[in-house]
Write a protein that binds this ligand. Structure first.
Ligand code: SF4
Length: 245
C-alpha cells in the first residue's frame, strides 16, 4: 500500500557521518535492506520489523506505519525542536520503499525542513521517481567485496547521471578487508563524473568481524583519491565518539 511503509525508528540526534557531520537532524530510519555489508552498524534495520520506535516518546507504532501518522509525528517533533537542520531519511535502504517514501516526503514538505537522503544508490529507478522531493543526497558507494558482491559500478554510473544538479556528496566506507582495486575504480568513476564532487572516506567503526583499517593506509587512500578529486576528506563515524544514536 503506497500510504504505509516499514519504519525502524524515528529520533533526533547529531549527524555523525559525512559532510553534514555535527548538525542536529531528525532521523527517519526506514526498515529493510537487501544488501548485507559486513560493516553494517544498523543490522537491526535490515529486516522489516513488526514495530517502529519513536525514540523521543518511547511510543511503539505497528508496522507498516501510515505515512500521514509518520508525517504528523515528524511535524510535532520539529515544532518542539526548531533548531533541527533537516530530516534525514535513512535506513536500511529508503529507496526499497519508493511508493511510501514519495507519499511521506510530499507530506513532510510542509515542515519547511530540507530532505536529506542517505542511500546506497543501487535503486536508480526509485531515486529518479522521488528525487524532486529531495534536497541533499549522501550517496554511499558500496564496494562489492564488502557488501555481498554484485555489479554495483554499472548501477552507480546510472545513479550518478541522475544526480547532476542535486546537492550531493559521496561516501566510501572501508574496513580492513577492502579491495584496493575496487576503491580505485570508485574514485575514478567519481572523478569522471565531477572532479569537484566531495568524497568522504569513512573508516568503518570496528565491531565483530569488522576490523579497523590502519592510519597509514587511510593517508595513502587520501593521496591517491586526491590525485583525481579536489575534495577528499577522511571522516570517521563521529556519533560513536559522541555516544549518541
Ligand atoms: S546498505 Fe546500509 S543498511 Fe544496508 S546492509 Fe549496507 S550498511 Fe547496512
Amino acid at each position: 500500500m503506497a500510504g504505509s511503509g516499514f519504519v525502524s525508528e524515528v529520533f533526533v540526534s547529531i549527524q555523525g557521518e559525512g559532510l553534514y557531520v555535527g548538525l542536529l537532524q531528525l532521523f527517519v530510519r526506514l526498515a529493510g535492506c537487501s544488501l548485507r555489508c559486513g560493516y553494517c552498524d544498523t543490522s537491526e534495520s535490515q529486516e522489516k520489523t513488526k514495530k517502529c520506535v519513536m525514540i523521543e516518546t518511547g511510543r511503539l507504532l505497528d508496522n507498516p506505519v501510515d505515512s500521514r501518522v509518520l508525517a504528523d509525528t515528524v511535524e510535532q517533533i520539529i515544532g518542539r525542536t526548531s533548531t533541527i537542520h533537516s530530516i534525514s531519511i535513512t535506513g536500511g535502504e529508503p529507496l526499497e520503499q519508493p511508493d511510501f517514501l514519495e507519499t511521506f516526503l510530499k507530506l513532510t514538505r510542509r515542515s519547511g525542513k530540507p530532505h536529506y537522503l542517505e542511500t546506497n544508490g543501487l535503486h536508480p529507478e526509485a531515486l529518479e521517481r522521488i528525487l524532486y522531493l529531495v534536497d541533499i543526497v549522501s550517496l554511499d558507494i558500496k564496494l562489492p567485496s564488502l557488501c555481498g558482491g554484485g555489479d554495483f559500478f554499472s548501477v552507480y554510473e546510472r545513479t550518478l547521471s541522475l544526480l547532476r544538479g542535486t546537492e550531493l556528496f559521496c561516501k566510501v566506507v572501508i574496513d580492513n578487508g577492502f579491495d584496493p582495486g575496487e576503491f580505485e575504480k570508485a574514485f575514478k568513476m567519481l572523478s569522471d563524473f565531477n572532479q569537484d564532487l566531495t568524497l568522504v572516506i569513512q573508516p568503518a567503526t570496528p565491531r565483530g568481524d569488522c576490523e579497523p583499517i590502519d592510519g597509514n593506509t587511510l593517508v595513502d587512500l587520501y593521496v591517491k583519491a586526491s590525485a583525481r578529486l579536489r575534495n577528499v576528506r577522511i571522516i570517521p563515524q563521529c556519533h560513536r565518539i559522541l555516544n549518541v544514536r
